[in-house]
Write a protein that binds this ligand. Structure first.
Ligand code: FE2
Ligand code: FE2
Length: 176
């Protein structure tokens, strides 16, 4: 007796129907990941551009852009700490990376506070900004080359979709 389509689909890996279903799930996973990681990476690029620009400015312009940078960094770190990090902090493959990431966020927060206290024209302000830039570059490199690559492998499609919804809706709320 011939197996029903459903039965055939579920039990014969390699069949056309099985492969179509598999590809469809994979496509969905890929699309979900692309969107949220694209948004987070976009934040990384914007922060990097702001720091580059900040170095060329002085006086009120510097003060204004620093406030913008500080807000962007706080928003980005809060978003990651409210969504991506909790989803990954108890998973063997990612827990050490997340532990480091929280620490790196703390360092950036500390440096932002320092920059807020030091006079904008002071040399110490420039050296603190340079140091924060280095820390951020390292952190971004770890996220983009490790964390964002491992996350889709250790999270389910549902978890990825939930994360994506959280990140996209928070971004839309901020933009409104
Ligand atoms: Fe981060
Ligand atoms: Fe990040």
């Amino acid at each position: 007796m011939r197996a029903s389509r459903g039965h055939y689909n579920l039990t014969v890996p390699g069949s056309i129907l099985y492969l179509q279903k598999y590809r469809c799930v994979n496509f969905k996973r890929r699309k979900t990941m692309e969107k949220m990681f694209e948004l987070l990476k976009q934040d990384h690029r914007e922060v990097s551009q702001m720091i580059t620009e900040l170095k060329k400015l002085s006086g009120q312009k510097r003060e204004k852009l620093f406030q913008k940078l500080s807000d962007a960094l706080q928003d980005h770190m809060t978003l990651e700490e409210d969504s991506l990090y909790p989803a990954l902090e108890d998973i063997d493959e990612t827990k050490d990376l997340i532990e480091d990431a929280y620490e790196e966020h703390k360092t950036v927060q500390k440096q932002l506070k320092e920059l807020d206290k030091i006079p904008f024209g002071d040399k110490k302000w420039d050296s603190t900004l340079n140091s924060m830039e280095e820390k951020i570059e390292h952190h971004v490199q770890e996220e983009e080359s490790k964390l964002f690559k491992i996350a889709p492998k250790v999270l389910s499609t549902e978890e990825l979709e939930d994360l994506n919804d959280q990140i996209v809706s928070e971004k839309e709320r901020k933009a409104a």
